[in-house]
Design a protein around this ligand. Structure first.
Ligand SMILES: Cc1cc2nc3c(=O)[nH]c(=O)nc-3n(C[C@H](O)[C@H](O)[C@H](O)COP(=O)(O)OP(=O)(O)OC[C@H]3O[C@@H](n4cnc5c(N)ncnc54)[C@H](O)[C@@H]3O)c2cc1C
Length: 430
């Protein structure tokens, strides 16, 4: 049996689900193909990893990058509509706090200027203000002291599982067919593309006039790109620690906003950038505070599919990552007395442009990949832009389309024989 459709969206994650919704709402006949979330104990493969299988992703509009600010703000404006239309809530408006070192006042000012231009309300909090408003929050040692930037409204965290579910609900309500399986190969055929697929209850082939690939970190290694197409996309370890919160501390700690710290140097082993989520209820019924690093040397590149699968399936962070995240969490929440501590290993993918790729790599074959570690919050707009590209509609975005142009793989080594490092700091806010 073969399914025929106008557009096949490969990947039912954060970008694919959003794109599928916008495509079907625009009237296209859409099939979205992607596996359901693996159950605990299922073997991990390059097709089953998803960065959305979690309970929280920080969301805010504040930043110093106009491109991310645009995708984040446009998406955030639609969160409540998505919740209301799908009947699935996912957005927790607990506020977002960014702690900046006073020695990088130029960066703080750039953020404030951008917020003012975009009409984003931000409170500037001195160390004294921070201690007064968030008595449970410790302040990390930062050059010249700490300045807090607090976005109280339209900021906090979102539940990525539930957002994807909401988008898929809206996509199917608009006529999209959701196929639970994986694409395992693709070839050009007259009038479009043929996808080979695998999965119980999934047609063995899908013939589509156009294809949009939205398969995240494993895109280069999961056989979903036409032969000889490889994207400049690199995968990195994203180590997290989850601190189980004691019930007696829950009410107080739940008052915290999501927190990001920005290290002045943004480089070197002494870099202390990190993110911290307030207590969040996980599927095991327990409440955890989750912390992870900014982009640092201890965030290591995963160079092969074997390294990626092994990092994700072992769920074991390195001793160095463990030491850093433990020390920093105790600095940030000095009174935290965790009942237990759990490790979690995820993967983020980076592009040299630092922006998602939204565009064609072949005739009628487009991609939307490259969340760069912060694609969740802007995913609705990123998916919408991908849908306009696939349908050939005019580009209705203030950021030029070139900014999102997919780049094909760069040479493994440069003219000096060194691996090109497109990941030089500063990395911006995670
Ligand atoms: C630990 C961690 C913390 C993060 N924190 C934040 C944050 O605070 N704020 C924020 O905005 N972002 C954050 N991000 C980033 C955000 O989660 C990602 O940018 C976003 O999920 C990327 O969406 P995507 O659709 O490209 O990929 P994914 O969400 O990973 O979706 C890809 C989908 O493709 C499917 N797939 C793969 N291969 C195939 C195949 N062959 N056939 C069919 N389907 C396939 C997968 O199963 C998956 O469902 C974080 C990421 C991680 C890992």
């Amino acid at each position: 049996m073969t399914y025929d459709c106008e557009v096949a969206v490969v990947g039912a994650g954060m970008f694919g689900a959003a794109a599928g919704k916008h495509l079907s709402r625009a009237g296209a006949d859409v099939v979205i193909i992607g596996p359901a979330e693996p159950r605990a104990g299922d073997p991990v493969s390059q097709h089953s990893f998803g960065a959305h299988f979690d309970e929280a992703r920080i969301t805010r509009r504040l930043g110093w990058d106009p491109v991310w600010e645009m995708t984040d703000a446009r998406s955030q404006e639609r969160y409540r509509d998505i919740e209301n239309e799908s009947g699935i809530s996912f957005f927790h408006e607990c506020g977002s706090l960014v702690l900046m070192a006073n020695s990088i006042a130029h960066r703080t000012n750039a953020i404030l200027d951008q917020c003012a231009a975009a009409g984003i309300a931000v409170d500037q909090l001195s160390e004294e203000d921070l201690r007064g408003q968030f008595p449970d929050l410790g302040l990390p040692p930062m050059e010249g002291g700490v300045m807090g930037l607090l976005e109280r409204e339209q900021a906090g965290y979102l539940n990525p599982r539930r957002l994807v579910s909401a988008q898929l609900t809206l996509a199917t309500a608009a006529g999209a067919r959701l196929v639970r399986g994986t694409a395992t190969g693709v070839e050009r055929v007259p009038g479009g593309w043929l996808l080979r697929t695998d999965g119980a209850g999934c047609p063995p082939r899908i013939r589509a006039e156009r294809v949009l690939v939205a398969t995240g970190a494993f895109t280069n290694v999961n056989n979903v790109l036409p032969v000889s197409h490889q994207l400049d996309l690199r995968a990195f370890t994203e180590p997290n620690l989850l601190f189980e919160v004691h019930p007696e501390q829950l009410d107080r700690l739940r008052m915290l906003p999501s927190v990001v710290t920005v290290d002045p140097a943004d480089t070197g082993d002494a870099n202390t950038s990190l993110y911290l989520l307030p207590p969040i209820r996980y599927p095991d019924g327990k409440w955890y505070m989750r912390c992870g690093p900014g982009m640092q040397p201890l965030v290591e590149e995963l160079r092969t599919v074997e390294e990626m699968v092994s990092w994700y399936s072992n769920q074991k962070i390195t001793a160095r990552q463990m030491a850093f995240l433990t020390t920093m969490t105790h600095l940030m929440v000095p009174n935290l007395k965790p009942v237990s501590v759990r490790e979690a290993c995820c993967i983020i993918e980076k592009t040299p442009s630092r922006y998602p790729y939204i565009g064609h790599v072949d005739e009628d074959f487009a991609v939307v990949v490259g969340g760069n570690g912060h694609g969740a919050r802007g995913s609705d707009e990123i998916g919408r832009l991908a849908s306009t590209i696939v349908l050939g509609e005019p580009w209705d975005c203030p950021i030029p389309h070139d900014v999102f142009a997919p780049l094909t793989a760069s040479p493994a080594v440069d003219e000096r024989g060194e691996r090109p490092d497109f990941l030089k700091p500063p990395f911006g806010l995670c």
